[in-house]
Ligand binder design. Structure first.
Ligand code: AHR
Length: 520
């Protein structure tokens, strides 16, 4: 439902009409939000809006890379539509080549003339990898869209020597033979490498290691990460799965002094059953609720891992990076299981919004996050089908929230009715806020309740303004999706249901919606 009337009263009347037409119970729910602009917090690192792109399914091939000779419009082999869409949301950093794929990847397979590169089995995900997309293509792609680079190193089947040679190939200047080899392959100046992940999921697909063993392996590898002069690298230790704080504890205690960042992976499975994760499109309110509960769990996970890190690093020098997160549902009918191709609905959009809110609230410790994944895989920004492309509801949340990249976090207090379904209950209204470099305060509000609108009274001590502009994202149903034939069903619209008078912002927040306001 949409309330598209300019004035506040008009919004309320429109809501009453629309809501009663949909059989909603009432619109009289009230919520209070205080944005403490007078108590600014840390900077929201842009890298929290990072992406993850693995060599699997159609994530890279078809989704990003089509090759220079493709009939699909491309820039040096990269899909132009995808490049433009990613630039528009200011992707700050990309993690590549995996995931599980990374720990069986030989970087030498993906350099040099493309027609000479070997075809390898994709041992992690099935099928073959043509290696047409390798180091050269990844680093150029990141440069093309203006993103930082995050390479996940092969620890599971690789060696420290292979790692240090790969880093040298990418970053060395001067006359080293690896720098010369890179030049012979067409790249004169070194690339900018920003993050190096020492393995991926080392407790699982990365080598089934125990935490003590991995901590020592990490120390060994970290010793041989040679950063180029004046271009420091962030070394990321492979961190825990979900709530395994014991992993974080051991790795921090043994290797903490050599760690710049440690990762955390957490996926939401709406049914809680990995064998039947639940449909991305055919679900009822019960799985709406469970997916949102899953997203909200991130707050507790970060708090627990961060508390363990505090034992060894009370000044928070070491970052916690959530370098895989998102909703993992059953693949779409017809897609191969290992391709991890799933649709993306309004539910994914709201899940993403409340997760980003949580990252903001932990900005003192969480300094990068990478949603899984960028194109055609899991909770993707973008889906493609041959020459066609569709932007997902999750993409639009990243678009609306890009104003928070680099903003100063402003703490929020929220009082709102719970949203209940059966015996489950979650806070109905969520909010986050930040002040950008130009002084504009941005506030995001999310209403998880699919039935009730909320009248939100927002006060911002320390901000004297009167102009409010905004955008909203909502849809007719909880499972509304964008398709190749109907790409605009879930898309941000201008939001007119807010006023800013005498220091009070009053907002009619529609059911199941995300609203981002700019306050001047
Ligand atoms: O994102 C898909 C897979 O999930 C990654 O390869 C792995 O790291 C995780 O288990």
């Amino acid at each position: 439902m949409k309330a598209k009337v300019g004035a506040w009263r008009g919004c309320l009347v429109a809501l009453l009409v629309l809501v009663s037409g949909h059989g909603y119970a009432d619109v009289t729910q009230e919520a209070q939000v205080i944005v403490h602009a007078d108590r600014p917090g840390p900077v929201i690192h842009p890298e929290i809006y990072g992406q993850f792109a693995e060599q699997l399914g159609r994530g890279i091939y078809g989704g990003i890379w089509v090759g220079e000779n493709s009939s699909i419009p491309n820039i040096r082999g990269y899909r132009k539509d995808v490049v433009d869409a990613l630039k528009a949301i200011k992707v700050p950093v990309i993690r590549w080549p995996g995931g599980c794929f990374a720990d069986q990847y030989d970087w030498r397979d993906g350099i040099g003339p493309r027609d000479k590169r070997p075809v390898r089995m994709n041992a992690s995900w099935g099928g073959e990898d043509s290696n047409q997309f390798g180091t050269q293509e990844f680093m150029d792609f990141a440069e093309l869209i203006g993103a930082k680079t995050y390479i996940s190193i092969n620890v599971g089947t690789g060696t420290p020597r292979e790692m240090s040679q790969w880093i040298e190939y990418m970053t060395a200047d001067g006359r080293s033979s690896l720098a010369q080899e890179r030049r012979a392959n067409g790249r004169d100046k070194p690339w900018k490498l920003d993050y190096v992940g020492i393995g991926n999921e080392m407790w699982g697909c990365g080598g089934s290691m125990r935490s003590q063993f991995y901590a020592d392996v990490y120390r060994q590898y970290a010793t041989f990460v040679h950063a180029p002069r004046n271009a420091p690298l962030v070394r990321v230790a492979s961190g825990a799965n979900a709530d395994d704080v014991g992993w974080t504890d051991t790795v921090m205690s043994i290797a903490g002094s050599q760690i710049d960042a440690i990762s955390l992976h957490n996926y939401t499975i709406p049914t809680g059953n990995w064998l039947h994760k639940g449909s991305a499109t055919q679900f009822g309110e019960s799985e709406w609720m469970s997916a949102l509960q899953g997203a909200l769990r991130m707050d507790d996970l970060i708090a627990k891992h961060s508390a363990v890190m505090d034992k060894y690093d009370p000044k928070k020098r070491v970052a916690l990076v959530v370098d895989e997160w998102g909703n993992w549902m059953d693949q779409e009918p017809g897609a191969s299981e290992a391709a991890l191709y799933q649709q993306n609905s309004l539910r994914d959009a709201l899940s993403a919004a409340i997760t980003l809110d949580i990252f903001h609230a932990h900005a003192d410790r969480v300094r990068m996050a990478n949603i899984a994944q960028m194109v055609n895989v899991l909770q993707a920004m973008i889906l493609t089908d041959q020459s066609r492309m569709v932007l997902t509801p999750t993409y639009y949340v990243f678009d609306m929230y890009k104003v928070f990249q680099g903003a100063t976090y402003l703490p929020v207090d929220i009082q709102a009715p719970a949203y209940r379904y059966g015996t489950a209950s979650v806070p109905g209204v969520h909010a986050t806020a930040g002040r950008d470099a130009a002084g504009v305060v941005h506030v995001a509000l999310v209403n998880l309740d699919p039935h009730h609108a909320d009248t939100v009274r927002l006060t911002i001590p320390g901000v004297k303004g009167s102009a409010v502009h905004g955008r909203e994202l909502t849809a007719p149903a909880i499972n509304t999706i964008n398709t190749f034939d109907h790409p605009d069903r879930v898309k941000p619209e201008p939001f007119d249901c807010a006023t800013f008078k005498h220091g009070l912002v009053t907002v009619v927040l529609p059911p199941k919606s995300v609203v981002v306001l700019d306050l001047h």
